[in-house]
Design a protein around this ligand. Structure first.
Ligand code: SF4
Length: 543
């Protein structure tokens, strides 16, 4: 292409009459109505004097030509959920809400349900003594994706642990293992002067399909015989976040630098000559009312937990077999050994990053403690890069801390405008977001300017769009564990590209890609959203 052609605005499609009507008809759309809509949108643009690209016309025509609701499309989320309403104000998520330590394998199917039943227990014990005296049982019903894939995720064990007063950050993984090994165990639960007995039989796998407010819906009940003393409907909305019927988000202080988009966040950084990490630090301090030391103390705790999960995973024997019917052999130690072998020195970087991600992700598969960044399924991605920056690159801790804050900003924006839940958006919402966060981490830790941080995050997310969630046998192992390795390597690739291009030439901004993530999540067939009803979950036959 000549320089002259290069100067032509790529948005100004009207300069080329061949683009006046897009004849690229997307599948599943009536050709005639699509072409008509495309022509109408183009004509309207000419009449109003607006410049509308062929791509914009195609998208508009596509949207207007679609049938009301595509067959198999996921049911819409309820507008009552805060996770849906939240896109209307500035980002108010804080770092301690976002990075959570808890048992794997899935933040929405283990950490969320455990927090939910723990919350219900706290509500139940506040009932008047005369009511508590009538209590005979505690029951938990799992619906939607929690019911469809909960068995493979150990949701019933997590839910029971919460009922007996265990919290995700402090629960001993051996307690959860013991529930798996001895499923008939029962436990006394004290409710005032009354004690009821609970066991796994009290966690009920209920309907997988229905008109739920969220695909991860559950109810908890305190029973007196057949009568219900207390009942609460809950939603595990992704990344270990929970809501309930009637939920209102907690009141928070105003952020020092309010932003709802990456564009706004970057403007704060650039106008105030701050890094994205410093803007995030100021916001963490103002929203949560914490000192800088307190914010960094929490970030350090998370960094240390990430390093520990990689170390723990690497220390497992090469012969280790993960729990569950897949009988998947651990790979982290073997891949690491080869990466450190001088014979294969040129593969070392990719090999080591992959091994670290496999190590943390296999820990997740074992149901051991992991860190949501943003979820349990994606819990290998960020630790891989954190470990690599600390152990291999030997970067100062402060650089990694700042990277963690910038990575959180990316996760917050994805949560704010799209989703972190595979049950809502497929794997793009888990590994895609994790990879995007990790790219921002690496860029920030390497002192990249704000535009490069955005470009790296954008690139990593862009190349995960459309990725489905189809865990084999409902276990967060295949494709999840290797997928974490790919997410980590893609994050590094995204940084490598972003730091070597002229930043202003990057054509796609992060806000647009997050919008694409949200739209793709809406359009994705519900079979590919953590239900194990399609994709690899169907095509892989376990012998
Ligand atoms: S396929 Fe992706 S989204 Fe689904 S459980 Fe595995 S890691 Fe999570």
């Amino acid at each position: 292409m000549s320089n002259k052609e290069n100067e032509k605005s790529p948005e100004d499609a009207l300069l080329d009459t061949r683009e006046a009507v897009s004849d690229d008809v997307p599948p599943g759309v009536d050709r005639r109505s699509f072409l008509m809509r495309s022509a109408v949108v183009g004509a309207a643009a000419v009449m109003t004097g607006k410049v509308v690209s062929a791509r914009s016309r195609t998208l508009t025509a596509f949207a207007e030509s679609l049938p009301e609701q595509s067959a198999g499309a996921a049911p819409p989320l309820s507008n009552d959920l805060a996770v849906v309403k939240k896109s209307k104000g500035p980002v108010l998520t804080t770092i301690d809400e976002f990075y959570k330590v808890g048992p794997g394998p899935s933040s929405s199917h283990t950490i969320g349900p455990m927090r939910i039943t723990y919350d219900f227990y706290q509500r139940a014990i506040k009932l008047p003594p005369d009511k508590l005296a009538q209590a005979t049982a505690l029951k938990v019903h799992l619906f939607g994706s929690l019911s469809a894939t909960g068995k493979g995720h150990g949701t019933e064990r997590a839910a029971l642990a919460g009922l007996v007063g265990k919290e995700p950050a402090t629960v001993d993984p051996l307690f959860l293992d013991s529930l798996r090994d001895k499923p008939d165990q029962t436990f006394p639960v004290k409710l005032g002067d009354k004690t009821v007995t609970v066991g796994l039989k009290d966690i009920i796998y209920d309907a997988t399909k229905g008109d739920f407010k969220h695909p991860n819906t559950m109810t908890a009940k305190l029973m007196a015989g057949d009568a219900v003393l207390l009942e609460q409907e809950y939603y595990s909305v992704g990344g270990g976040f929970i809501e309930w019927k009637g939920y209102t988000p907690p009141k928070k202080n105003a952020p020092k630098y309010p932003f709802a988009t990456m564009k706004e966040l970057r403007a704060h950084a650039d106008n105030n000559k701050l890094s994205i990490a410093k803007v995030m630090l100021a916001n963490e301090m103002s929203i949560a009312g914490r000192s800088e030391e307190e914010v960094y103390a929490f970030v350090d705790k998370i960094i240390n937990a990430m390093v520990a999960t990689v170390k723990s995973g690497l220390s497992m024997s090469e012969d280790d077999v993960l729990p569950g019917p897949i009988k998947l052999h651990s790979k982290a130690a073997t891949v690491y050994k080869r990466a450190m072998d001088d014979t294969y020195q040129s593969d070392r970087g990719i090999g080591a990053l992959s091994a670290y991600a496999l190590a943390a992700s296999e820990e997740n598969g074992r149901g051991h403690l992991v860190i949501t960044a943003p979820t349990g399924g994606s819990a290998g991605v960020m630790p891989s890069l954190v470990y690599g920056l600390i152990e291999n690159r030997k970067l100062p801790l402060q650089k990694v801390r700042e990277g963690m804050l910038a990575a959180a900003a990316i996760g917050y924006l994805c949560k704010h405008h799209a989703t972190l839940s595979a049950a809502e958006g497929g794997c793009q919402a888990e590994i895609g977001v994790a990879s995007s966060m990790a790219a921002a981490l690496v860029a920030t830790a390497n002192d990249a300017e704000s535009r490069v941080v955005e470009n790296a995050a954008e690139s990593a997310l862009e190349h995960h769009l459309g990725m489905t969630c189809d865990p084999v046998a409902g276990y967060v192992q295949v494709p999840c564990i290797e997928r974490c390795a790919f997410g980590a390597v893609k994050a590094w690739t995204a940084y490598a590209i972003a730091s070597n291009e002229i930043a202003s030439r990057h054509r796609v901004d992060l806000d647009a890609t997050i919008q694409a993530l949200a739209q793709t999540a809406k359009d994705m067939n519900s079979k590919y959203k953590e239900t194990s009803e399609a994709g690899l979950a169907l095509s892989v036959v376990l012998c």
